[in-house]
Design a protein around this ligand. Structure first.
Ligand SMILES: [Zn+2]
Length: 268
């Protein structure tokens, strides 16, 4: 597999801003997600995939037909093309670090530093090529890295028909980052016996269970009174919020739990 081809593909996908928006009721939640959806649709057609479709909600699907005579289960590969609204994904200026030496990586558009002292796993990639943001945007590797992997893999299989395989389905979805990626995914149309979501973190990692969570927004209303007349009247909402947080089980938090133990967490 050609590294330059992988890089070029990834960089072309991250150059398109596809930030999703939880406050939008539509699917996709933002119009700009169509830009990448249409590009992927066209690329799948151009590389010779079969049954390439894009539906009214921007879900892109395609098939690489089986090249064996016997029955083989159909497997699918899925990834999402939106990026999180937590940080901007517009005008991404990636830094490409070849032959990583295991040291600090300054994100040159900001005063941020990606350091193995903080992110120990960086040490696993010494000698490899690392792509980072310059600190002014996110990188959008989540999940354009997944899309790149899938597109490159199916292209490789098309170019190498000597590799035998059953039917392979490919699906790209909008709005995963706002929890709505699967909502309008047509499982029947996709037609896979099993599918894998390419949205992990490390090479070799396979997650086979899913995580479920619920969220709530709690608003604390205080009562404003001049401090000189406050006795018995003023309610400081910060104190009430802190009392609420204190009342949550102290050890049922992500930093204290593992395996199937439940937890709660909060942001202010
Ligand atoms: Zn993701």
């Amino acid at each position: 597999m050609n590294k330059e081809e992988v890089l070029e593909r990834f960089l072309s996908y991250i150059s398109i801003d596809t930030e999703s928006d939880a406050s939008s009721p539509t699917t996709p939640s933002t119009d700009k997600q169509w830009d990448l959806a249409r590009k992927l649709h066209q690329e799948l057609i151009d590389m010779g995939m079969s049954d390439v479709t894009i539906d009214e909600h921007a879900y892109v699907m395609a098939t690489l037909p089986s090249n064996v005579d016997h029955e083989v289960p159909t497997i699918g590969f899925i990834s999402h093309f939106d990026t999180t609204p937590d940080y901007t994904g517009k005008n991404i200026k990636p830094q490409i670090i070849e032959n990583y030496d295991g040291g600090d990586i300054p994100l040159k558009g900001s005063d941020l530093i990606l350091s193995p002292d903080y992110f120990e796993s960086l040490k696993n990639y010494i000698g490899q090529t690392i792509i980072t943001t310059d600190g002014t945007t996110l990188l959008a590797a989540d999940d354009k890295a997944g899309i790149t992997e899938i597109m490159t893999a199916v292209k490789y299989l098309i170019d190498h028909p000597e590799i035998k395989h059953g039917a392979i389905k490919v699906g790209f979805t909008p709005d995963e980052e706002i929890g709505r990626g699967a909502h309008k995914f047509d499982v029947e149309k996709f037609g896979a016996d099993w599918a894998y979501t390419m949205d992990g973190s490390q090479v070799g990692e396979l997650e086979y269970e899913n995580f479920n969570a619920a969220g709530a927004v709690v608003t604390f209303h205080g009562k404003i009174v001049h401090p000189g007349y406050a006795k018995g009247k003023m309610i400081n909402s910060m104190y009430v919020a802190s009392e609420f947080i204190e009342s949550l089980p102290k050890l049922e938090t992500p930093e204290h739990t593992e395996d199937y133990q439940g937890f709660s967490t909060y942001t202010i």
